[in-house]
Design a protein around this ligand. Structure first.
Ligand SMILES: CC(C)(COP(=O)(O)OP(=O)(O)OC[C@H]1O[C@@H](n2cnc3c(N)ncnc32)[C@H](O)[C@@H]1OP(=O)(O)O)[C@@H](O)C(=O)NCCC(=O)NCCS
Length: 191
């Protein structure tokens, strides 16, 4: 599929804007282009995924097949020098009109500039426009940054114990399951 540049969400008027925040966006961050992934991105995407997730990064063959299946909902932040600085991937089921966030990562040196939020806002917008009604994801119980980000976007725990599922990915790999009702969110005024 053809990579498609997407509208950038301005950090000056986005939900992450705070009183006292610098008026000018970080020039390195401002140069980034948010677009759908291309086949030629795969080696660089693998490098980024390994940088972000280390030993739990996707194997190359799986990343390839996730691209084959979900390129429409696979967004990257391209810095224009051949480097990707962030990505988000959603796997969708048209039959059930639901989706799972299968990956979200921002390069270490680009964190806390609103990029994770930008990727999530963009993918949720795409999913909503594709008719997806429900989005779920897993998060490590101790991953405070991700939990705070998801919570601020309206995700809530699914099930008892704050969505905690013991050994979800195997022994000792607990996860929380969070859920966002996109249909309800579209119907209710946000603010
Ligand atoms: C989670 C992650 C994607 C956030 O990306 P980011 O670009 O740094 O996040 P943003 O700058 O957009 O921050 C969005 C919100 O996340 C939360 N957040 C992000 N980093 C945080 C940190 N270090 N401590 C506390 N809260 C944090 C805040 O609520 C923040 O909102 P605020 O800026 O209004 O306070 C990034 O930390 C990352 O890639 N982590 C490793 C991979 C990972 O954990 N992915 C998620 C798997 S479920």
């Amino acid at each position: 599929m053809t990579a498609e540049p997407l509208k950038r969400f301005s950090r000056d008027d986005g939900p992450q804007a705070r009183p006292g925040a610098p008026a000018e966006p970080d020039p390195d961050t401002a140069r980034l282009v948010l677009r759908t992934v291309r086949e030629s991105d795969l080696p660089e995407l693998r490098r980024l995924d390994q940088e972000v997730f280390g030993e739990v990064a996707y194997p190359a063959f799986l990343l390839r097949q996730l691209f084959d299946m979900y390129a429409e909902h696979f967004l990257v932040l391209d810095d224009g020098t051949g480097r990707l600085r962030g990505y988000v991937l959603a796997g969708t089921s048209a039959l059930r009109a639901d989706s799972w966030i299968l990956g979200l990562g921002v390069a270490h040196d680009r964190r806390r500039h609103g990029l994770g939020r930008e990727l999530m806002v963009a993918i949720l917008d795409r999913l909503r426009r594709s008719g997806i009604e429900e989005v779920r994801l897993t998060v490590e119980p101790g991953n405070r940054a991700a939990l705070l980000l998801y919570r601020s976007l309206g995700f809530r725990p699914e099930g008892p114990d704050g969505g905690l599922r013991r050994d979800y990915f195997g022994p000792g790999m607990d996860r929380r399951i969070l859920r966002l009702d996109l249909a309800a969110r579209a119907a209710a005024p946000q603010g």
